[in-house]
Design a protein around this ligand. Structure first.
Ligand SMILES: Nc1ncnc2c1ncn2[C@@H]1O[C@H](COP(=O)(O)OP(=O)(O)OP(=O)(O)O)[C@@H](O)[C@H]1O
Ligand SMILES: [Mg+2]
Length: 462
């Protein structure tokens, strides 16, 4: 007789899904201890001067030496401005707030432009709040709850707690009796009681009761009987942003709005009250301000009202560091008829430290493309990489980066293991870059709709 076999369900390999974004290969600024940029490090390649400058800024932010200042990353499209800002964010670590937004975002939110900017500013300022709470921590020696003989009236109870050095009996009120019963506190448990809220938490069973092990089962956690005094002070530190405090305290929305992001406009009075309160906490040593970073990409999309708001906002004593990026040359300031460098008003430009990025050389392009291949798990032959680098030089780095994914697809369709020159050629002929598309329009513009406008050679489509 055949032995029936049970099929073991296949174990699927669960790999964590990581989103591959345009900048997901950037893990920092790639600097050494002296803040010099390494040629290739942490996903960053070349652009050494700008990276070193960014490193110095990052160091100053970490030391808390810079706030209320502004930095502008300026350079041609695709020269790594956004990448450097992401590198700064990565090297700051989780304790310093970093908010990133794009200039055009402020026009699409359901709130005024200056409100959107104010919220962005306040998201970038952290408040580190120190809270001291008094707790009672000890091992339970005895719990005693008595019902009144009459059956009515309040229960009375006593709780005996000890540490290795002392033992005390506490009288329990009705509320405490309830918590004790709810938590099923019994002799041998090690517990803490928060004196302000009366909240009881069980830390585990005392080691002296280890012989109860069989009765308690294997989930039981055993801990040492606490030492020293029964009453202790505990310091807890939370970091929240000013914006979070605003939202929690604006009565109409409450804290749930933080999850939906739908915070609406916040009243000026609320903000003023919070500023006063935070100033008080600072005086009393209960809180510290952690100025963070607000990164506004594509800053030329802001208009003159926003720029004058920024000018003012940077002067407040609770301002973060503002980092902006733009790829515009001399162009109109939005909302005016005046032209200005980078599309920013001169008075704002005057307050800025400007870091400029320059176009990449061949070997940098090749290295960046190689890193992107690794990031996207694409095997590419040496020759193909050389061709792709040529394409990057002649068209743009971004276009070449896009070809990596599509050429890999071509390679997989022909069951190849490695992207080679043919795959690159194929996708190059399938997808146009900006130059060839413009060329195509020039030749066939008669056949398109709305063609009365002459295409100018310096058409700006970035
Ligand atoms: N030095 C670098 N090292 C590694 N990757 C880079 C570097 N510079 C740019 N990249 C990558 O090249 C692509 C284009 O760069 P990025 O988006 O930073 O350009 P940009 O200067 O912000 O351009 P734009 O002005 O159009 O916004 C991104 O995927 C970016 O991560
Ligand atoms: Mg960018």
């Amino acid at each position: 007789m055949e032995v029936p076999t049970t099929k073991v369900p296949e174990v699927r390999d669960i790999t964590r899904m990581e989103r591959i974004g345009a900048h997901s290969h950037i893990r920092g600024l790639g600097l050494d201890d002296a803040l010099e940029a390494r040629q290739v490090s942490q996903g960053m390649v070349g652009q050494k001067k700008a990276r070193r400058a960014a490193g110095i800024i990052t160091k100053m932010i970490k030391d808390g030496k810079i706030a209320g200042r502004a930095v502008l990353l300026a350079g041609q499209p695709g020269t790594g401005k956004t990448a450097i800002a992401m590198g700064i964010a990565q090297s700051l670590g989780p304790d310093t707030p970093f908010t990133a937004m794009s200039g055009s975002e402020i026009f699409s939110l359901e709130m005024g432009k200056t409100e959107a900017l104010t919220q962005a500013f306040r998201k970038s300022i952290g408040v580190r709040i120190k809270e001291e709470s008094e707790i009672i921590e000890g091992e339970v020696v005895e719990v005693q709850v008595d019902r009144p003989a009459t059956g009515t009236g309040a229960k009375v109870g006593k709780l005996t707690l000890k540490t290795t050095e002392m033992e005390t009996i506490y009288d329990l009120g009705t509320k405490m009796i309830e918590s004790v019963t709810k938590e099923k506190v019994q002799a041998g448990d090690v517990i803490t009681i928060d004196k302000a809220t009366g909240k009881i938490s069980r830390l585990g069973r005392s080691f002296t009761r280890a012989r109860d092990y069989d009765a308690m089962g294997p989930q039981t956690k055993f801990v040492q009987c606490p030492e020293g005094e029964l009453q202790k002070r505990k310091e807890v530190v939370h970091t929240v942003s000013l914006h979070e405090i605003d939202v929690i305290n604006s009565r109409t929305q409450g804290f749930l709005a933080l999850f939906s992001g739908d915070t609406g406009e916040i009243k000026t009075e609320v903000r003023e009250q919070i500023n006063t309160k935070v100033a008080e906490w600072r005086e009393e040593g209960k809180a510290d301000i952690v100025p963070g970073v607000l990164f506004v990409d594509e800053v030329h999309m802001l208009d003159i009202e926003c720029f004058s708001f920024l000018n003012r906002a940077l002067e407040s004593d609770m301002a973060p560091l503002l980092i902006m990026a733009t790829n515009r040359g001399i162009t109109k300031i939005r909302g005016t008829n005046y032209k200005s460098p980078h599309g920013l008003p001169i008075d704002l430009l005057d307050r800025l430290l400007i870091i400029s990025t320059s176009p990449y050389e061949e070997k940098d392009l090749e290295q960046i493309l190689k890193i992107r291949c690794e990031e996207e798990d694409v095997e590419m032959s040496e020759d193909a990489l050389t061709v792709l680098t040529k394409i990057a030089q002649e068209t743009s780095l971004r276009y070449a980066i896009h070809l990596i994914t599509s050429s890999n697809l071509c390679c997989r369709k022909r069951k190849g293991t490695e992207v080679d020159v043919e795959d690159i050629k194929k996708v190059y002929s399938l997808f146009f870059d900006q130059g060839r598309s413009t060329q195509f329009l020039r030749e066939y513009q008669q056949e398109f709709m709305f063609n009365e406008e002459e295409l100018t050679p310096s058409m700006d489509i970035s």
